[in-house]
Design a protein around this ligand. Structure first.
Ligand code: PLP
Length: 729
């Protein structure tokens, strides 16, 4: 029966340590070819480059075993991964061969004893340059494993490949055995007609590929059994130390007692590799794809760099420094190879990144000067000691939280409010400075982020305060007081409960606030209610102060609070919608400020066509043309955030500075407009959905009202598919 591996059960994205070890392995290979310690001490150099560094190539082979060959042993018996790997590696090999042809010519490869047979042998076994043997070796090795996987299970494959490895060993480090046995000597003489070393795709690579597969199998089994990764790590470490000791002893013993033919293959290299790999797999680090390319380039180019460094040293007459000092030689070769790899990485990243043209289809234009203007206007009406706290929740009401917050930081706004802890983390990760208040609930699982990212948490009620306190680390908080909205907060009259919060050791109380719920209305009842809320809040603050507690910064107003109750004395005003230059709807306010909308929404016309009287437009055939008409299809839909309900209430957009009514139902990605009365409308013309074109304006307020909502909802729902562009007017 064949063993099959259930690869689907391995968790993705846990190969980080493998990625990082690729770099170590790449530099070890450079060491093999530069002998960094040779000018210090021969034995230490031998130990480093002929013994320890010998883990590098088997490591890369095991990586292939782990990711590629393991798939041959799954139930699906993956042919695709086999073909893809062979294709990719041969392509790379081809490129590497071509890259080194000039150096081959320079070193006389095509003169000395050159025959086509030799070229063929080199291409298949030895490599056309001294380090290139590795690529044909993995290809051949993978092919052998692939063939075997069709017939037998992984442990039989291990048996077969171990036998091949033993044969290889005799042609390498254990050649003294062959030398003492005439019949063996005859066989190896024949073998060495075919290839220069037994360290190749036949005798060397297969066993390590096989070990890679087995490592995969063990990791999957451990995951299924839910084995503690620390246990695997400790086991692997013990195994690694033991086999490393034996490996090094073997290396030194062979070195000092026997004549070798080559020194790539050791008996104890095999268990060393298995445990090394298991150790790496049990260390969980985030993967780093860039290192894969980087290490590969270092491997491919370093012999070229060696030649270059030597040549350069000769030219500037510094052979002593760059060649004879083996450490400096190694470092300069490593560094230059690394830089070449880094450059390749940068170039491929540039290549891969699809440059999005911001105005291709449907987009948002943000006018940062208008944002500044609004900030200044709002600041000018706030009492002197009151600081503006910029509310940038919900992606800054659809305006793009990072860009908006960065701009605010630039103009000295240092206080922010967000709804969720993740919004706060996003700002911090993008370098936003200052205070960030999280207005909403943070799950206790995420309390650690409050500390890590210096966020201020709102205390929602007494139990929540206790839970935050029990977290065990000092957390900055603002306490929320409920004065009648009945959403978050502690009832304003529970003074003793509030005072208890001040006794919780881990809470650093930096502020207290409440939220008004009818401050946008100038109806008599609503004004009475709001004044009551304000009165209750101040009373609570006064009581706490008289009891000796310091409530910190106090704040009450949001945008409408400022517009209708500008005289309130607070430390902060939490301003959202007004900062973006719009009001929630068209209700009158006490202060009327000259605010400028920051955001416009635009899209393209993708098609124009003519419609006959009586024909219908869009889903449901709801719109019937009353006359012959011209229509245009616009590249924006409700998935981009334009409310579908706008279809039903005479919505319009602006084309060429003229109003174009929306006709028929708005679809997910498109809608239709009537352009019968507008001349010269063509494909790719710009349509303004929110904003100004010529003398015609379409405001967020108007769209919000037509679609039965407020601007806050309209803007914060503008789709993620829209690209945002930022400019100063
Ligand atoms: C969203 C929010 C604000 C900002 O409100 P705007 O009306 O947009 O200014 C202020 N305070 C709290 C608690 C909020 O949730």
């Amino acid at each position: 029966m064949k063993d099959t591996i259930k690869i689907n059960e391995t968790k993705q994205g846990e190969y980080g340590s493998i990625d990082y070890f690729r770099m170590i392995a790449a530099f070890l290979i450079v060491a093999i070819h530069t002998s960094p310690l040779s000018s210090i001490n021969d034995t230490s150099d031998f130990l480093l480059t002929r013994v320890i560094a010998r883990v590098a190539v088997p490591f890369f082979i095991m990586v292939t075993g782990y990711f590629v060959a393991s798939k041959f042993f799954t139930k699906e018996n993956n042919n695709i991964s086999f073909h893809n790997f062979i294709k990719k590696t041969l392509l790379l090999y081809g490129v590497a061969i071509i890259l080194y042809i000039p150096i081959n010519i320079y070193t006389g490869y095509f003169h000395k004893n050159f025959t086509l047979i030799k070229l063929l042998k080199d291409i298949i076994f030895n490599g056309t340059f001294y380090h290139l043997w590795y690529l044909p070796a993995v290809v051949l090795g993978v092919y052998i494993i692939y063939l075997l996987s069709k017939k037998v299970g992984i442990y039989i494959v291990l048996l077969i490949t171990s036998f091949l490895y033993l044969v290889g060993l005799l042609g390498d480090n254990y050649f003294f055995v062959v030398n003492g046995t005439p019949s063996l000597k005859f066989i190896y003489n024949v073998l060495f007609q075919l290839f220069d070393y037994t360290r190749n795709g036949f005798f060397f690579a297969p066993v390590f590929l096989c070990l890679g597969v087995i490592a995969k199998k063990h990791i999957v089994e451990n995951q299924v059994k839910k084995t503690d990764t620390n246990k695997i790590l400790i086991k692997a470490l013990i195994g690694l130390i033991l086999s490393m000791v034996l490996f090094i002893a073997e290396g030194l013993y062979l070195h000092f007692h026997f004549e070798n033919r080559h020194d790539s293959m050791y008996l104890f290299l095999v268990p060393t590799m298995y445990y090394l790999f298991m150790m790496l797999l049990s260390i969980k680090i985030k993967p780093n794809k860039g290192l894969r390319l980087l290490s590969m380039v270092i491997y491919i180019v370093h012999p070229f760099v060696i030649i270059y460094v030597r040549g350069f040293a000769k030219v500037i007459n510094r052979e002593n420094l760059f060649i004879n000092n083996s450490v400096i030689h190694f470092i300069s070769v490593s560094l230059i190879s690394f830089l070449i790899g880094y450059l390749c990485l940068k170039i491929t990243n540039m290549w891969k990144r699809t440059r999005i043209n911001p105005d291709s289809r449907a987009w948002i234009e943000i006018n940062l000067d208008n944002l500044k203007h609004n900030i200044n206007t709002l600041k000018s009406v706030l009492p002197n000691q009151c600081t503006l706290m910029a509310v940038v929740k919900a992606n800054a009401y659809g305006h793009g939280d990072i860009a908006i917050s960065k701009e605010l930081n630039k103009i000295d706004v240092k206080d922010f409010a967000v709804a969720t802890v993740y919004e706060g983390i996003r700002l911090r990760k993008n370098g936003i400075k200052g205070n960030i208040l999280v207005l909403g609930y943070t799950n206790p699982k995420d309390f650690k982020f409050l500390v890590k990212y210096h966020l201020i948490q709102t205390v929602l009620d007494y139990d929540y305060a206790v839970s935050l306190n029990n977290f065990g680390y000092k957390v900055n908080v603002h306490i929320k007081i409920d004065t009648g909205m009945h959403r978050l907060g502690i009832d304003y009259d529970r003074i003793s409960t509030l005072s208890q919060i001040f006794h919780l050791q881990n809470l650093k109380i930096k502020g207290m606030f409440t939220h008004l719920c009818v401050s946008d209305s100038l109806h008599q009842d609503d004004i009475l209610f709001t004044n009551h809320q304000i009165h209750c809040f101040y009373k609570t603050i006064d009581s706490l102060r008289s009891m000796g507690y310091n409530p910190g910064k106090i704040h009450i107003q949001s945008s409408y609070g400022v517009l209708n109750y500008p005289e309130l004395q607070c430390d902060y005003a939490r301003i959202g919608i007004a900062m973006y230059g719009v009001l929630s709807n068209d209700v009158e306010t006490k202060l009327s400020l000259d605010l400028k909308p920051v955001l416009s929404v635009k899209a393209r016309i993708v098609l124009t066509k003519s419609i006959q009287q009586g024909e219908a437009i869009s889903y449901g055939r709801q719109y019937i043309a009353t006359d012959n008409m011209k229509i245009a299809i616009v590249s924006m839909g409700y998935a981009d955030g334009i409310p579908r309900s706008l279809s039903f209430d005479n919505g319009y957009v602006i084309v060429n500075g003229e109003k174009a009514p929306i006709v028929g139902r708005i679809c997910m990605d498109q809608f239709v407009i009537d352009i019968t009365d507008i001349s010269d409308v063509e494909q790719n013309d710009v349509v303004t959905i929110i904003g100004q074109d010529g003398n015609i304006k379409m405001t967020s307020e108007e769209i919000a009202i037509k679609s039965g909502t407020i601007t806050n909802e309209l803007l914060s729902r503008l789709g993620s598919r829209l690209v945002r562009t930022y400019r100063y007017s």
